[in-house]
Design a protein around this ligand. Structure first.
Ligand code: UFG
Length: 322
């Protein structure tokens, strides 16, 4: 299949690009490099540096594609709180352009990167796809708006689609991992702390969880990439709609810190801080639907394995081999 990957120079998009190439697909990437890196793209990729709204450049790619996998989006919760209009303009605005140009040029397969942020605050059982959608920040709001738009316009466009709700993407594959600037995610920050490059602040120890710190469902980024490949196949079997992508297991911030100590063998400077606005206590995926619809399961079931892969990447990024 010839796949157009939007945002393919980013963290999750880049892992998908590698997995899709290895599976024998032909890959075209469109990315404006606002958060991605051109040097992260494998040489086999056909790359166009452009914003999706540059339709003169987008259209010929769509016309040649058999499927689109749409990763491109702004994804920092805190930034979305600071600039909600900008987040809706960038995320929803470019998505509307993409759908409009798909209407004109095809293709008829679309996989969309959604997020667990559409669910909002979680305290209890794992979220399943039928749970109420009550995003607590503008970032989650943009993803929900995009899901709803897609569900409404897809029939008119003859589009087969799946929206994949990622829980906490983590880990790395050889040569490619998280490289956000500034970094806001727990695992890379904890590893930077282990490298002595910073201190780590724990955002709240007073949550209603066993150790008082927030619980998240960390899914290895290569498992996410494998799920996208399975989703492309599932589209042709008539599978459509929204699917959670997680492991079904949760780990607290303290458990991540303990894992980082085990994997790195280093003690870090860790401080306790206040809660971060908008952080739900507990976000865990119910994964039965994805497993059934995609015939897929997360292969990384152990937090230490995920952290170890991220540690390899962090050390190569900062050239620390000690
Ligand atoms: N945390 C800290 N200190 C830090 C950074 C994070 O204690 O310096 C804590 C957070 O409070 C949270 C947990 O670590 O409890 C995970 O935080 P991340 O920033 O790594 O990830 P989030 O859960 O906030 O968000 C991520 C993605 C979102 C997505 C969400 C879905 O960034 O885009 O997962 O679960 F919506």
């Amino acid at each position: 299949m010839r796949i157009l990957v939007t945002g393919g120079a980013g963290y999750i998009g880049g892992v998908f690009v590698r997995a899709a190439l290895a599976a024998g697909h032909e890959i075209m990437v469109i990315d404006n490099l606002c958060t991605g890196f051109e040097d992260s793209l494998p040489p086999e990729v056909e790359f166009v540096r452009a914003d999706i709204r540059e339709t003169r450049l987008l259209d010929p790619l769509l016309a040649r594609a058999d499927a689109v996998v749409h990763f491109a989006a702004l994804s920092i919760v805190g930034d979305s709180v600071a600039d909600p209009v900008g987040y809706y303009r960038e995320n929803l605005g470019s998505f509307l352009t993409l759908l409009d140009r798909i209407r004109l040029h095809g293709p008829h397969r679309l996989i969309f990167s959604s997020s667990a942020a559409v669910y909002g605050s979680g305290e209890g059982r794992p979220f399943d796809e039928g749970d109420p959608l009550l995003p607590v920040n503008p970032y989650g709001g943009t993803k929900l708006a995009m899901e709803q738009t897609l569900a409404h316009v897809a029939p008119a466009l003859g589009l087969n689609w799946l929206a994949l709700r990622y829980f906490n993407a983590a880990g790395a594959v050889p040569g490619h991992g998280e490289r956000h600037d500034p970094e806001t995610h727990l695992i890379p920050l904890a590893l930077e702390a282990a490298l002595g490059r910073r201190e780590l602040i724990v955002f709240g120890r007073d949550y209603d969880t066993p150790d008082g710190t927030c619980i998240r469902d960390y899914i290895h980024v290569n498992d996410l990439a494998r799920a996208h490949l399975a989703a492309l196949t599932a589209l042709d079997r008539g599978v459509e709609g929204v699917l959670n992508l997680g492991t079904g297991r949760g780990h607290s911030v303290q458990e991540v810190i303990d894992s980082v100590v085990r994997i790195t063998g280093r003690e870090s400077v860790i401080k306790d801080g206040a809660r971060r606005t908008g952080d739900p206590a507990k976000l865990i995926a119910a994964v039965k639907k994805a497993e059934e619809c995609l015939g897929w399961q997360a292969q990384y079931s152990d937090l230490d394995e995920i952290v170890a892969s991220a540690w390899e990447w962090s050390r190569s990024l900062y050239k620390d081999r000690g």
